[in-house]
Design a protein around this ligand. Structure first.
Ligand code: UD1
Length: 422
């Protein structure tokens, strides 16, 4: 297993490009199952989660080709297996996103239940209830969700809570259902909007995406399309937290600031100076961070996927911040590791109280999940001395060449391959 070695203390300067959004690309790749024609996607990031999705689709008989510039072609004209096996689903919960499209186009699907997950229980009951409301016959057999339907029938579906992949799964199922489907309490995340935009290009009839009420008129079939994946707002926010913690002046290119409102306003509150254009953000930080209180919330609120990274910034703030995590019940695993770097953080249920310290000191820490890894890297960039981040396979699931981009900004960070570790 590779590790990252960071020597903290370098201010960040320069420019980098932000990659395509992982959480938009994953459902969009699965949408390729909805047609026999080729779907061509550009700006697909090179990440382990994307590789897992391509492997999953490949196992089903879908032809997936990837070019070096981030273009991916998906052709599902010869699908042989309507199944997502446990071995792949357990490494990536988003594999559940094949359930809706398989059922809608082929009338059956067998998808392993994801099982436990480091950041909380994360059930998929809303996906299942929604598909049942569309007329699917669903059972749980030997750890698999087994779903069958002749042709799905439109329905009004109100999920108990806002669920991002739940909305996406139901959207992909409803586009081929007979008649009208209304998704109430739908997720408004930009990644859901991006999926809807692709589906519309493929011939789907969708209105209201980006609001909590999506109306879909089912069509008989969809056709091929070409689509560019939106920029990754979480990757962009993570680099902004990095310059917030380490200080400096950086410019992010190929970003979508209009999808980052809550993050940008909290970072300004923390003392960053931000200037934005339509597809760029310049951020400079010349002072010690100010403390910022925040609660995670569904979009357009503050993203749970940014909580750990902003906490790293708060750890160095001139004062105390109060954080409330409202989406996932077990998403403070980075705290134990931040404590090893000298942070002062107390957890009480969903609330974290962060008492800012003047300096963190480098140590060996262990990444526990994707965003926790980013938080530890950010803290390491600001810490005195050397920080080793272990288990960075979590980071590789969702950040494209993070250490290269940080080095481009002047950070002292290197990946050490497990082969070279003795
Ligand atoms: C997606 C994102 C993830 C992000 C999360 C919240 C992808 C691939 N992943 O995950 O990065 O952290 O949104 O913004 O897009 N829930 C249920 N039953 C369900 C579905 C969800 O109880 O059937 C609960 C979850 O346990 C959680 C909450 O609803 O407490 C929101 O989860 P959800 O939006 O579904 O997260 P994901 O779509 O898995």
């Amino acid at each position: 297993m590779d590790i990252l070695r960071i020597t903290g203390g370098s201010r960040l300067h320069g420019e980098i490009s932000i990659s395509g959004a992982k959480n938009a690309a994953l459902p969009i790749l699965c949408a390729g199952l909805l047609t026999a024609d080729t779907v061509t996607l550009t700006n697909v990031p090179e990440l382990n989660d994307i590789a897992t999705t391509l492997k999953l689709l490949g196992q089903m008989g879908v032809r997936c080709t990837r070019e070096t510039d981030g273009t991916v072609h998906i052709t599902a004209n010869d699908v042989s297996t309507l199944e997502a096996p446990y071995e792949l689903v357990k490494t990536m919960r988003a594999s559940i996103l094949v359930l809706g499209p398989l059922l809608a186009r082929f009338g059956q699907a067998r998808v392993s239940l994801p099982g436990g997950c480091a950041i909380g229980q994360r059930p998929v009951d809303q996906h299942i209830h929604g598909l049942a409301a569309l007329g699917a016959d669903i059972s749980i057999e030997h750890g698999f969700v087994v779903a069958r339907a002749q042709r799905l029938k439109g329905a009004v579906i109100r999920t108990d809570m806002v669920t991002v992949t739940g909305t996406e799964n139901l959207l992909m199922a409803a586009v081929l259902a007979e008649g009208q489907t209304i998704l109430e309490n739908a997720a408004r995340e930009p990644e859901v909007v991006d999926l809807a935009e692709l589906l519309i290009k493929m011939g789907a009839q969708i209105q209201g995406h980006g609001t909590d009420r999506i109306v879909i008129e089912g069509v008989k079939s969809l056709h091929g399309a070409t689509h560019r994946v939106i920029p990754d707002r979480i990757e962009a926010g993570s680099f902004l937290c990095a310059v917030g913690a380490a200080g400096g002046d950086i410019t992010l290119r190929k970003v979508a600031p209009d999808t980052m409102g809550a993050t940008l306003s909290k970072l300004q509150e923390a003392g960053l100076t931000l200037t934005c254009g339509p597809d760029w953000i310049r951020a400079s930080m010349t002072q010690r961070p100010k403390p910022v209180d925040f609660r995670t919330h569904e979009y357009p609120g503050f993203a749970t996927d940014m909580q750990a990274q902003l906490m790293a910034l708060n750890a160095l703030a001139d004062g105390t911040s109060v954080i409330a995590e409202t989406i996932f019940e077990n998403r403070y695993m980075h705290v134990q590791e931040l404590l090893r770097l000298g942070a002062r953080i107390d957890i009480d249920g969903h609330t974290a109280v962060v008492r800012g310290v003047t300096k963190l000191s480098g140590a060996t820490v262990m990444a526990t999940d994707l965003r926790a890894s980013a938080s530890l890297v950010i803290a390491g960039l600001a810490a005195e001395g050397q920080t080793i981040v272990e288990r960075i396979y979590h980071l590789d699931r969702g950040y494209e060449r993070m250490e290269h981009k940080l080095r481009q900004l002047g950070a002292n960070i290197e990946r050490i391959s497990s082969k070279d570790l003795s």
